[in-house]
Design a protein around this ligand. Structure first.
Ligand SMILES: Nc1ncnc2c1ncn2[C@@H]1O[C@H](COP(=O)(O)OP(=O)(O)OP(=O)(O)O)[C@@H](O)[C@H]1O
Ligand SMILES: [Mg+2]
Length: 222
């Protein structure tokens, strides 16, 4: 469902052009979960941003669910992101002025894909029932992360992109959150592409890939 083909991405810097991705290839099937690993600065977040349509490739193609991202205009990309992509970052990015229940529904409503039954199921499975009337600042890190995951899954995206989603959590909480995420994905057609520095976390996903020298190689969780 995801095909990244011969993607190049270079950033201009004060020291000259920095070639981050140099012919990167990546293929994922529907329902698959892939851990993206690699040294700091190797281009993992860059690749995620490209796949999310937040940035554009210099050359190469990205196809998701039969659609070519590199050929869309900005309006099409924005609509695409709303309906097909779920995003979870390390810093949760919850909306401080909205209660948990409205944070959860916000993007699904925007996308016209709010489904009260699915929302209720997410609330139950993520253990958020008691927290719905609270604001993000009244939650612990692990609780905020569960809200962020619920929000990303609420619109039933084709692809969930997660950039070190458990990086700010202690090991036990991180394990709980990951376990929940994987269970939810089991019951939906959503595929997962997750950046992680933790071989332990990577080992829980169905496949691992390592980004080095601008290209992807099959990786092993160690
Ligand atoms: N907008 C930008 N302009 C210039 N350089 C950038 C920009 N964004 C990223 N870079 C550079 O591109 C390289 C790859 O960055 P990226 O954030 O993708 O790395 P990463 O693998 O996610 O690293 P980390 O594990 O530390 O999060 C880094 O050297 C970074 O400094
Ligand atoms: Mg990064």
């Amino acid at each position: 469902m995801l095909h990244v083909h011969a993607v190049f991405k270079t950033y201009p810097t004060a020291q000259g052009p920095l070639a981050v991705l140099r012919g990167a290839n990546l293929h994922m099937q529907q329902g698959e979960s892939l851990a993206l690993m690699g040294e700091s600065g190797s281009g993992k977040s860059t690749l995620l941003h490209l796949v999310a349509g937040l940035e554009r490739v210099d050359s190469g193609s990205i196809e998701i669910a039969g659609e070519r991202l590199d050929q869309m205009n900005e309006g099409q990309l924005a609509n695409w992101r709303r309906t097909q992509i779920g995003l979870v970052f390390q810093q949760f990015n919850l909306i401080g002025s909205l209660k948990v229940e409205d944070n959860l529904a916000f993007q699904a409503r925007l996308a016209g894909r709010f489904d009260p039954e699915w929302q209720a199921q997410l609330v139950l499975r993520l253990g958020l029932a008691e927290l719905l009337k609270r604001y993000p600042e009244q939650l612990s890190g692990g609780q905020q992360q569960r809200v962020a995951i619920g929000r990303a899954l609420a619109s039933r995206p084709a692809l969930l992109l997660a950039d070190e989603p458990t990086g700010n959590l202690d090991e036990a909480t991180s394990d709980d959150v990951l376990q929940l995420l994987l269970e939810l994905l089991n019951d939906s057609p959503t595929s997962l592409l997750m950046v992680t520095h933790s071989p332990r976390v990577a080992g829980r996903l169905s496949r691992q890939a390592v980004l080095q020298r601008g290209q992807l190689a099959a990786g092993e969780a160690r």
